[in-house]
Structures are given as structure tokens and as C-alpha cells.
Write a protein of this length. Structure first.
Length: 248
């Protein structure tokens, strides 16, 4: 299905029959990606005595219980409630779902004992573009990200100066293919989370961070239309399904 949209006084064509799904599916067991020192998620049928809620075991329906943590077990979108004492819900914070997005690719740089992404890097990658949403693909970009065990790996992270630059640019929705914008073990500083939501200033209640996406190598850097789909969880975070559409 083709549609015409106007962005910055320029008309684009969007083919809604060709979605680019950036989400990592939640799967049962060890094939699922895991972060934050948790075990794998579980998808298992309800059991009552000898009765098992699985058609393959004689039931008339499949009736599964799913046990998981949105922050640790796959693609998720979070609001400022992730780091505030007062409870804020992603379901209340995100009220729009379609955004102009820019995809950029970054290579981490050595920084002390870590690998990071700097303000200089993101400034160069963005140039003069000022999108509503920013999608970051990090290199190396292998399909192993879809099942990686992230705990105790000290993944690359965004310096708060880079995230502060995103905020100054007016970027409201930040998406990346790592478990966190911050260092895995930072003693609770959460500098980049705080910088993005402007925790020490005027808190950006409508801004979101989406983590643990996967951007296929076939997706070129540039401008897209983003549909940021979330489940209706009254929680600081929810499993999500960010979908890109090419603009032509």
C-alpha cells in the first residue's frame, strides 16, 4: 500500500507493504537474548494436576504463561519512570507512534577500559539532520545480537555528552541495539539515561529509549518513517516492535 507524506516541505512515498521490523522476538529458552544477570524467559503451558494446557498433550487449546523481564529479555521501550522515584508508565508517556527517524551506524572507540560512542561521532553521523527519532546500529553488527548473553560483557555505551547532544537536537525517541545507553556497571550513575530525559532540568515525559533492537545490514543509513509499536503495559517499560518504512 503506497501513501504520500510530506516532511520538511518535501513529499515522500511510503510503501506500507514493506515493513522493516527492528524487534527481536521473545522465544522460550536459551536462544533468547538475556541481559542484567537474569535467566532465560519461559513460555510454558498452564498445568493443573495431570492436565496440561497444550493441544499436543490432549487439551483443546494452547494456554501458555509467559515469564520475562522487558529490560532483560529483548526489544523494549522505556520512559523516564525507569529511573524516577515516582512511578511513570510508558503506556501514558508514549501517545504518538509514527515519527521521522534517522538511521546511523557507529563504531565504538576505546575509552580507558571501555568502548564508547562520543559526541563528536554522533555529530558527524547526524550532520544537519534533526529527526524526531534516532536509530543507532553499532558495529560489529552480526545476527548473534539476537541471542547474545550480555551479562558481564561490558558492552559499548553512549557517553552522556553524546546523549545530551541528542536532547539538544530535539530527538525524542532514541533506539539502539545494545541492552542500555549506559555502562553495564556504573554504580548506579545512569549518566546517559539522566541526560536524555533531562532529569536535572525539565523532565522530558514524552521521550523514550528503546534498547535491544536489531538493524539488518541491508538497511542503509538515512531517513525513514518509524512506527514505534508498544504493548499496553502500565509499567516503566514494555516489550516493543519498532518498524521502519523506507521513504522514496
Amino acid at each position: 500500500m503506497l501513501a504520500k507524506i510530506e516532511i520538511d516541505k518535501k513529499e515522500y512515498t511510503v510503501d506500507f507493504s514493506k515493513p522493516i521490523d527492528l524487534s527481536i522476538p521473545l522465544v522460550n529458552g536459551e536462544a533468547n537474548p538475556v541481559a542484567w544477570y537474569l535467566n532465560a524467559p519461559k513460555i510454558e503451558p498452564v498445568k493443573e494436576g495431570k492436565w496440561v494446557a497444550a493441544v499436543a498433550q490432549g487439551a483443546v487449546v494452547n494456554f501458555n504463561t509467559i515469564s520475562f523481564n522487558p529490560h532483560a529479555h529483548g526489544t523494549h521501550t522505556e520512559c523516564v519512570g525507569h529511573i524516577t522515584e515516582k512511578v511513570h508508565s510508558i503506556n501514558q508517556s508514549l501517545q504518538r507512534f509514527m515519527f521521522v527517524a534517522e538511521v546511523i551506524t557507529l563504531v565504538p572507540e576505546a575509552f580507558n577500559e571501555d568502548y564508547v560512542f562520543t559526541k563528536k561521532q554522533v555529530q558527524k553521523a547526524l550532520g544537519t539532520n534533526r529527526p524526531e527519532a534516532l536509530v543507532i546500529r553499532t558495529l560489529p553488527n552480526t545476527s548473534s545480537k539476537k541471542s547474545r548473553k550480555w551479562s558481564n560483557t561490558n558492552w559499548p555505551y553512549l557517553l552522556d555528552e553524546a546523549v545530551g547532544f541528542f536532547r539538544e537536537c530535539g530527538i525524542k525517541h532514541l533506539l539502539l541495539d545494545l541492552p542500555s545507553v549506559d555502562r553495564e556497571k556504573d554504580e548506579g550513575v545512569l549518566a546517559s539515561h539522566k541526560a536524555f530525559w533531562d532529569l536535572d532540568g525539565k523532565i522530558r515525559m514524552d521521550a523514550t529509549i528503546t534498547e535491544m533492537i536489531f538493524v539488518p545490514h541491508t538497511v542503509t543509513d538515512g531517513r525513514y518513517l518509524l512506527n514505534l509499536q508498544i504493548a499496553s503495559f502500565e509499567n516503566d517499560a514494555t516489550p516493543s516492535k519498532p518498524v521502519l518504512y523506507a521513504l522514496s
